[in-house]
Design a protein around this ligand. Structure first.
Ligand code: SF4
Length: 268
């Protein structure tokens, strides 16, 4: 029987008309502690996991609504890893029953790639994945509170070679403690990526309310106590002040490198 809830079908219809992917969350929450990020503040720090069957049902619904793609918009797509593998396995088992939308995500975390995850994503026929590496420098990963190391990055790079999907690596320059040396470490990691992988490098870090980054900047009197950061405010490490805008000149030997500002706005 047709679903008579107008909001639901109007929403699906809009996505279909735009030929866009339907966003699906397999979970809510994030237990990581990246100093600049508001996800744990918005969704909570505890993982709340959807049943894999529910996730597969969303794909079926997207396909029946005529959508060509599903994008997983979890805070972190592949963590907790067991749950992600289970979701991919159920999708792989059930997707032959409908015309398959393409699958993608932009939130692959290097902390939890594994051969099992890659097998499950290949079976579910993933088409694209983003890996939020942020930096190739051990010191910067630590300073940003990423919860993984350059060893995780190297392992993810090797695991992902077997993934039959397009890969985009995401980096962010200019966080607290960034120096010319740490930028060069990131450049060196970029050069080690397999040919055909794509990297997107943004520079400057958006300062968001209630984050650890904001707390520190208030302590250092860089941000006023009462400033609720309604106007976009960005951080750029004073230790590389002279490099601002010059990073585009690094001779990274990648097939495509896209450099973009996080967005325009007032900067510190
Ligand atoms: S950047 Fe990603 S992993 Fe880090 S706190 Fe935000 S959502 Fe979690």
């Amino acid at each position: 029987m047709a679903d008579s809830r107008p909001g639901r079908w109007l929403k699906l219809g809009r996505y279909a008309a735009n030929d866009a992917a339907m966003p699906v969350q397999t979970k809510r929450g994030c237990s990581f502690g990246c100093i600049y990020c508001c996800y744990p503040l918005l969704e909570g720090r505890e993982w709340r996991l959807r049943e894999p069957e529910w996730v597969a049902a969303q794909m079926r619904e997207a396909a029946l609504a005529g959508m060509r793609g599903v994008e997983f918009v979890d805070s972190v797509f592949n963590f907790p890893a067991d749950h992600t593998v289970e979701c991919m396995e159920v999708i792989a088992k059930t997707q032959s029953r409908w015309s398959r939308p393409w699958l993608s995500t932009f939130e692959g975390n290097p902390v939890a790639t594994s051969p099992e995850l890659i097998d499950a994503m290949n079976a579910a026929k993933f088409s694209a994945v983003g890996v939020t590496a942020e930096s190739g420098s051990e010191a910067m990963l630590d300073a940003l509170g990423k919860g993984f190391t350059t060893d995780h990055l190297s392992r993810a790079r090797e695991d992902l070679r077997r993934l039959r999907a397009r890969k985009i690596w995401v980096f962010m320059l200019g966080g607290p403690g960034e120096t010319e040396a740490t930028i060069r470490e990131t450049a060196s990691f970029l050069k080690s990526l397999p040919r055909g992988d794509v990297a997107q490098v943004t520079y400057e870090v958006r300062v968001l309310p209630r984050t650890e980054l904001r707390r520190r900047l208030v302590e250092e009197k860089e941000v006023a106590e009462g400033d609720e950061l309604v106007d976009p405010t960005f951080y750029w490490s004073p230790r590389v002040m002279g490099l601002r805008g010059r990073c585009v000149a690094f001779p990274w030997d990648m097939s495509i490198i896209s450099l973009s500002r996080a967005s325009l706005g007032e900067r510190l």
